[in-house]
Design a binder for this molecule. Sequence first.
Ligand code: SIN
Length: 490
Amino acid sequence: MVSTTLLREAALVDGQWRAAADGRVFDVTDPATGAKIAAVPLMAEADTEAAIAAAAKALRPWRRRTAKDRAAVLTRWAQLMTEHADELAELLTTEQGKPLAEARGEIGYAISFLTFYAAEGQRVRGEIIPATAEDSRIMVLRQPIGVVGCITPWNFPAAMITRKAAPALAAGCTVVLKPAEQTPLSALAIAALGQEAGLPAGVLNVITGDAPAIGRALCASPTVRLISFTGSTEVGKLLSAQCADTVKRLTLELGGNAPFLVFEDADLDAAVTAAVLSKYRHSGQTCVCTNRFLVQASIVEEFTHRFTAAVGKLAVGNGKQPGVDVGPLIDADGLAKVAAHVDDAVHKGARLLVGGAPHALGGTFFQPTVLADVTPQMRVMREETFGPVAAITSFDTEEAAVELANDTRSGLAGYFFTNDLGRAWRVAEALEVGMVGLNTGFLSVEVAPFGGVKESGLGREGSHHGIEDFVETKFVHIGGISSPGAAAGS
Ligand code: SIN
């Protein structure tokens, strides 16, 4: 159970905490215990349309306010989240399962987007372009795109709310946000603090419920001008198709299949530490978690030995217990996929070095697992496992390593360890990904552009790039500016 005044069992529409139009609800459970935490509205099309109407009504007054004024609200919101950080972290771990230390880190990460975009919203500038005729001028305005729909995932129930809402609101847009069904409570708690910080009614609406119905209604609405989605590639493709009819802008943060390359000239201790972080952070359930370890043949045995020893020490348990490194998986489907990937690899000849099965704790806990001698034919190499399973294979040359790394339709994150400067440049340039970790296993910071290439997505979040999608460019051509002399006939 959670003890917080921020627990909301209602959705936020037009500044009111509301039930679904038809009164339906669904349960939110703790993945570590299976216990019910709360019940929230099971909303669908009609509720989504009401939220879109509220956001449309709120748009004009919000976009008219100065960027500085909007920044003051975001700054106050960040302060309130900081004051409530412990409660928010506990709520996050309860509904999501990640260890409390990681949840605290995520709340800090969520706050950083509010602070960053409070400032960045004040830097959205237009331009004056030299005109092509003496009596004309060319001006470029940068204006908010309008009402935006945000659909956020369960793996970062707090940070993905502010990574989308903060730039949208700072730019002068209004928002209809649907959090994941598994983790709506963090979004509702953060929205409650936004309301307290001074967000006017309808500027941020948070609706919970039926994902396909809400997604369809957001995509079909001509009022919604942008959909910002983080989640699976499969759902991203569906939303893209649904947005075609209204020619909406899309920002998509989709699945990855991150390679982690270790060259023989690397600092092996640093590589092992980073490998554990990049693989087992949040039980392997981030889209930038390493999926494939590619290690130069001359050091693969040594790397595998050290890595497996480190993985064997990871503590599995309820994220609220001190010292826990690896929490439960989000649900039974997540567990089934992880188990299926391990079975497929072992069946096709991979060597199981540690773990390999559901954990004795039961529920959705899975043992941290290491598989060696994996091949490109195995599911662990081709699909995102989204769980605590490391798959290791070897390569002989730099060219072979890059070819193997790029042999995927995904292109989100890629990591590599080397101490050779020339190789560092070559490989960073050659990896077909949106983000590269060179001698680090960690990427996510609010000041850098987060996003992928290929089937991993469109657009970038975070940094000054992350506000671009929420802004439209309008050009104004001004004629009839003749000189005073010309007007006097001289
Ligand atoms: C994600 O997995 O969707 C986000 C990961 C991050 O920001 O670190």
